[in-house]
Unconditional design. Structure first.
Length: 159
């Protein structure tokens, strides 16, 4: 019979989960021509997320599932990841990486990340779309709203 320390097992699972997220992210980053078109200016010139959305042609009428939102999402998450990896505070680094993994593992947040961060969806509209007022606090939709609000808070600052 094999006994495994629960903490060690959870750490192994977290590493596997992190690697899956990073692999998915890197593929999107490298293969998307729209990402490649804007990555240098967004990163070097430290554009705000609003500036990036405007430069990419994202507006209130852009469809939620548009390729521009996919590229926008990759760019914003890339900046969050880079900022976290360069931060000297291990708690900030760990919390940001955890947030990115949670965002990547929640299908609802993946769908609405771009439109929400770009400002197309407000908190109220997002809650209405996901019918959060009618769901339990442990539901995927409720968790998605909380994750997206946290992500918006940390993604607005271009530094």
């Amino acid at each position: 019979m094999l006994l495994v320390d629960a903490r060690a097992f959870n750490k192994i699972l977290a590493n596997i989960e992190a690697n899956r997220w990073k692999e998915k992210f890197v593929i999107g980053y490298l293969l998307d021509p729209l990402v490649q078109k804007f990555v240098n200016q967004f990163t070097v010139e430290k554009w705000s997320t609003k500036t990036l959305a405007a430069k990419m042609g994202i507006s209130k009428s852009t469809a939620v599932n548009a390729k521009e939102y996919e590229a926008f999402s990759v760019l914003v998450q890339n900046r969050l990841y880079r900022r976290a990896s360069e931060d000297e505070n291990s708690t900030i680094r760990s919390n940001t990486e955890k947030l990115l993994m949670e965002l990547g593992n929640n299908l609802v947040t993946q769908r609405y990340f771009g439109p929400f961060i770009a400002g197309r969806l407000t908190d109220t509209v997002l809650r209405d779309v996901l019918k959060v007022t009618e769901t339990r606090k442990d539901s995927t939709e409720y968790e998605a709203v909380a994750l997206l609000i946290r992500a918006r808070e940390v993604s607005q600052n271009p530094v």
